[in-house]
Ligand binder design. Structure first.
Ligand code: SAH
Length: 234
């Protein structure tokens, strides 16, 4: 009765850890969200696969329902893998799942993954820090839970580089807010479906990026490091 909470990496199926592959190989059950690449599931040939992500036009499972599935499967099997895109603790609600499982006396083994927030920029040659350009970065959600009473995201971050996840639906509002604190000419880079064959890279400025054709899943990188990306040979 152990649940391995595993990060699957940002998309490219080779960007998963050896440790993750090892636990997938012996998994009896794999509970997974939508993954950029389902090829990763091939590492778990013996497992029952349970999909708990979003499906177009269908009601998707609440966090409580997912927690219940995890608990029930963990009680019925020795080796359960909970697989999540990127890193399980970066906007993945992994922490909530760990707490729910531990409350039931179930042990959890946590295996990190390459988060899209840093891994995707790296694969295109965009460093989130760069000597003389950026000494800090912030990773923020562009889509705060609409049921929250008070917004936690205020867009007044002082880090040199800001990486926005889940920010495409509200890109116009978010960039508008950021321009209250940053020059509208600040360079911006959007990476759509990074590390996959459908990857697209779009560059612009805080002022004009929202007018471009962008589709999720994508992340937004704001800051002068985008100029370093433009210089780097591909
Ligand atoms: N736990 C994940 C993030 C989950 S939130 C991680 O660590 O990467 C989902 C958001 O991540 C998406 O809305 C998008 O902003 C970003 N994302 C995930 N995979 C991506 C990819 N391959 N390319 C671009 N953005 C990606």
């Amino acid at each position: 009765m152990v649940v391995h909470l595993v990060g699957a990496g940002p998309g490219d199926p080779e960007l998963i850890t050896l440790k993750a592959v090892k636990v997938l190989e012996k998994a009896e059950v794999v509970i997974y969200d939508r993954l950029a690449n389902e090829e990763i599931l091939k590492h778990a040939p013996h497992a029952k696969l349970i999909y708990v992500g979003k499906k177009a036009g269908e009601h998707y499972k609440t966090q409580e329902e997912i927690n219940k599935i995890l608990i029930d499967e963990a009680k019925a099997h020795d080796e359960v893998v909970r697989l999540k895109g990127g890193d399980p603790f970066v906007f993945g609600r992994g922490g909530e799942e760990v707490l729910a499982l531990q409350e039931e006396g179930i042990s959890v083994d946590m295996i990190p993954g390459i988060t899209s927030a840093i891994g995707v920029p790296t694969t295109i040659g965009l460093p989130v820090t760069h000597r003389g350009v950026a000494t800090s970065f912030t990773v923020v959600t562009g889509h705060e839970d609409p049921t929250k009473k008070e917004k936690q995201v205020k867009w007044d971050y002082t880090a040199d580089t800001v990486v926005v996840l889940m920010g495409i639906g509200q890109i116009a509002e978010n960039t508008q807010e950021m321009m209250k604190y940053r020059d509208p000419e600040t360079p911006v880079c959007v990476i759509e479906k990074g590390t996959t064959p459908e990857e697209r890279i779009i560059t612009g400025t805080l002022e004009n990026i929202s007018k471009k054709d962008i589709n999720p899943p994508a992340l937004l990188i704001v800051g002068n490091v985008v100029d370093v990306y433009k210089k780097m040979k591909k």
